[in-house]
Design a protein around this ligand. Structure first.
Ligand code: ASP
Length: 314
């Protein structure tokens, strides 16, 4: 005991433009973020584990079709739904991840089952699905995950590619992800991330989300990180592990390390952001994109949520 619990969540860098997302639409996103914070905070507030708080928060976001994960995930160019998810806890650095799956209602639970029961870290394909079934995870039909909004975004992008027109899509039509990081009263850190990936992605493409050290990472000595953005760049620059390395070896504060990495990713074509939390202090939530659906609770039970660069709603 002795640490101050804290929690941060994100609903991805694929935000609807500020000019379009206001009024009731913005309110709905804030409400969804608050609901996810409430789910995670309920665990921490009762003395629960960071990994359970992260699981609860990510599940709430996966269940909400506003975000690109679980229900409401984006489609590949072949019209398939291929979801990635990962979870990691920072005490023993246990991790689990799944790639390219469609079936388990909550991909984060599939990742957690991999972490706890598979003896491996990353599972994909038929074997992953068989493992999830054997674990007794709840499965849903494709129709549960499929939404008209994401079908429209796919069809728009396929038509654009066929016509050769330039890509002028909004971030919201392009991508998204959900994630959470937490610190519990024991000082244990955890991170979880879940995504449908990039709209009209190549079938079989796997993003940064399930790659430990890129899109998801947790180590009690340094930080827990969950990212969102152009996955290929986050993988090549090992975004999450790079933040931990700067904290560990360069003595940077978490805030400086996270901001520095987010700024550098943009130089390499990686737009997006991340949430991170360390052994002490408030979470940090930097992004280089137009917005990032995000929220945090620094330990006082007050929830703060924001979408673009406006002041947080508390
Ligand atoms: N990072 C995710 C991916 O590349 C997408 C996103 O976060 O928007 O699959």
């Amino acid at each position: 005991m002795g640490a101050i619990p804290a929690l941060a969540i994100h609903g991805g860098a694929g935000t609807i433009p500020a000019a379009v997302l206001h009024g009731a639409g913005a309110d709905a996103h804030h409400a969804a973020l608050r609901a996810a914070l409430a789910a995670g905070w309920a665990v921490l507030d009762q003395g629960g584990a960071a990994v359970d708080a992260v699981t609860a928060a990510v599940m709430a976001l996966e269940d909400d079709a506003l975000f690109n994960s679980g229900r409401g995930a984006v489609f590949s160019s072949a019209g398939t739904l291929e979801m990635d998810a990962a979870i990691m806890e920072g005490a023993a650095r246990q991790a689990g991840a799944v790639a390219g799956i469609c079936g388990p209602k909550n991909p984060i639970l599939a990742a957690r089952a991999v972490m706890e029961h598979s003896g491996t870290v990353l599972m994909a394909g038929v074997g992953a699905m068989e493992f999830c079934r054997a674990q007794g995870l709840e499965f849903m039909p494709v129709s549960y995950f499929s939404t008209q909004r994401r079908l429209d975004a796919l069809n728009l992008e396929l038509a654009r590619r066929a016509s050769g027109a330039p890509d002028t899509r909004s971030d919201a039509d392009r991508h998204g992800t959900v994630g959470a990081v937490a610190r519990d009263a024991r000082g244990d850190l955890a991170a979880g991330t879940s995504t449908g990936g990039m709209t009209a992605k190549r079938p079989g493409r796997v993003g940064d989300t399930p790659v430990i050290g890129a899109g998801t990472f947790a180590d009690n000595a340094t930080c827990a990180v969950s990212t969102t953005g152009t996955g290929e760049v986050f993988i090549r620059y090992t975004a999450a592990a790079e933040i931990a390395a700067r904290v560990r070896y360069a003595g940077q504060t978490l805030e400086a390390a996270a901001a520095g990495v987010v700024a550098e990713l943009l130089l390499h074509g990686g737009d997006g952001g991340l949430i991170a939390i360390g052994p002490a202090g408030a979470p940090v939530l930097p992004f280089n994109s137009n917005g990032m659906y995000r929220g945090f609770c620094a330990g006082d039970g007050v929830f703060h949520t924001a979408i673009h660069r406006e002041a947080y709603r508390s």
